[in-house]
Design a protein around this ligand. Structure first.
Ligand code: PFF
Length: 454
């Protein structure tokens, strides 16, 4: 059924690398560590890993198979399989539109720190108040946000993603090595860091709450680029002879591995610098930007390592932002019959409005909060904890009861491939995932409106 004019990935590696480029980004390096720090350390890590190998695995297999079976992008794919579910494709399309602007605001922070390290200001940035003062400025964060979204837009407009992805293919391994070096340095050279390693690795059941699961699940969607149509799009480019199960495992392991290491780099350092004060773990979105400069400042050659680190993070963030923008642009092209450049400009326009608002949310508009949340937290929460679970729920119900798991299994097993996790897949998609997501959604909403503090 694959449509004729659809390009294909050349081989398994093509699919895995493109999907990994989208998956590995700020979610792993910035978002995972602060959530793990905030929501129970080892308990969060354990919850996340269990969810990744059961739930994440099943949902990714389902999405990739839907894409490959139909050869279409998300909205058309749902429409082709069952008209009543076309709205799921639309919902999936709204999510990257909400994520891209604030993702780019954080991308702007990364550029600021990169420039700071290149120009030798490590010690200034290591100052406790630096990050807060910086995001509290009205103009500069907006300028760096514009640079980040501008680069993303130019790449998408000129269609030179491949070039950026090629560069990031060698940047990624260097990034992983740097993260390892930084983690090892912190653990071995800094007093008190070992307590942080224990907090991060050892599950402590007293740290468990429903919010641990809510946060881990939201993070899973975000980090593996699930429940927003991306994997459906990637699946539509995948050749039939490639194993969906094998590729899914590789992406899962790589994505979770990078997130795990990023946590190992940041959480022990928080312990070392705060003298074991656990309240320092709750710093939220700023955690990476507050902790890392201190490590670099304390490290021999920290200026250079810091600069190299932020350059790599910038590339990881750009490949993810490009895949976010590309998804929205292709939907505008297909569904609103727009040409590529006008579609890019429209997406850019929306992102500018929401992104500038996000930046101002920390400065001129800091008194403006939505249900007690700063704009960035609000966009993050609404996309990850509300919209993505709804999309995932609809996908699970659709696959479990309308399309039937058999159709997905057949797609995953075509051309001699096997799906060893068939049983797991069927039970997850039909029963566990829907019940679980409904519970998560209810807790999220109750928490959101402050009805119950969980
Ligand atoms: N998965 C990316 C990350 O972890 O940074 C974020 C992301 C990229 C989400 C692309 C969605 C997406 F389409």
């Amino acid at each position: 059924m694959e449509s004729q004019n659809r390009s294909s990935f050349t081989g398994k590696l093509g699919f895995v690398l493109a999907a990994a480029g989208s998956a590995v980004g700020l979610g792993n390096i910035w978002r995972f560590p602060y959530l793990a720090a905030k929501y129970g350390g080892g308990m969060f890590l354990l919850t996340y890993i269990i969810l990744a190998v059961t739930f994440g695995f099943s949902l990714m297999v389902a999405e990739v198979a839907i894409g490959r079976k139909t050869g279409k992008s998300p909205i058309d794919a749902f429409q082709a399989l069952d008209r009543r579910f076309t709205w799921v494709g639309w919902l999936a399309a709204i999510i990257p539109t909400i994520i891209l602007p604030y993702y780019s605001a954080i991308g702007g922070w990364v550029i600021k720190y990169m420039v700071g390290f290149i120009t030798g200001q490590a010690s200034t940035m290591a100052n406790d108040s630096f990050f807060g003062d910086y995001i509290g400025m009205t103009v500069e964060p907006i300028v760096w946000f514009l640079v980040f979204i501008g680069i993303t837009a130019v790449v998408v407009m000129c269609g030179v993603e491949k070039g950026v992805e090629k560069v990031s293919k060698f940047m990624m391994p260097i990034l992983v090595v740097l993260i390892l070096i930084i983690a090892l340095y912190t653990i071995f050279a800094m007093d008190g860091a070992v307590d942080g390693v224990i907090y991060y690795i050892k599950p402590d059941f007293s740290h468990f709450s429903i919010m641990t699961v809510v946060a881990a699940m939201g993070q899973l969607f975000y980090s593996m680029s699930l429940a927003m149509g991306i994997m459906i799009t990637f699946g539509s480019y995948m050749k039939k002879e490639i194993s969906i199960e094998g590729s899914t495992h590789q992406i899962e392991i790589f994505d979770t591995g990078v997130a795990f290491l990023a946590g190992l780099m940041i959480i022990p350092a928080v312990f070392a610098f705060s003298g074991g004060d656990e309240s320092a773990l709750g710093k939220g979105p700023g955690l990476m930007f507050i902790t890392l400069p201190k490590i670099f400042d304390a490290m021999p050659g920290g200026d250079i390592i810091g600069a190299a680190f932020f350059i790599m993070v910038l590339f990881a963030a750009l490949t993810s932002a490009i895949s976010l923008m590309e998804t929205i642009v292709s939907i505008f092209q297909d569904k609103l019959n727009m040409k590529r450049i006008p579609a890019c400009l429209t997406v850019l326009g929306i992102s500018l409005v929401l992104g500038i608002a996000t930046c101002l949310g920390y400065s001129a508009w800091s008194s403006f909060t939505i249900i007690g949340m700063q704009l960035l937290d609000f966009f993050d929460f609404i996309s990850n904890n509300i919209l993505m679970p709804i999309t995932a729920l609809a996908t699970a119900i659709f696959v479990g009861y309308v399309l039937k798991p058999k159709a997905i299994i057949e797609e995953a097993e075509c051309e001699g491939n096997r799906l060893k996790g068939k049983k797991l897949f069927t039970v997850m998609i039909k029963y566990i995932a829907p019940i679980f997501i409904v519970l998560i959604l209810i807790s999220s909403i109750l928490d959101f409106f402050g009805i119950v503090k969980i």
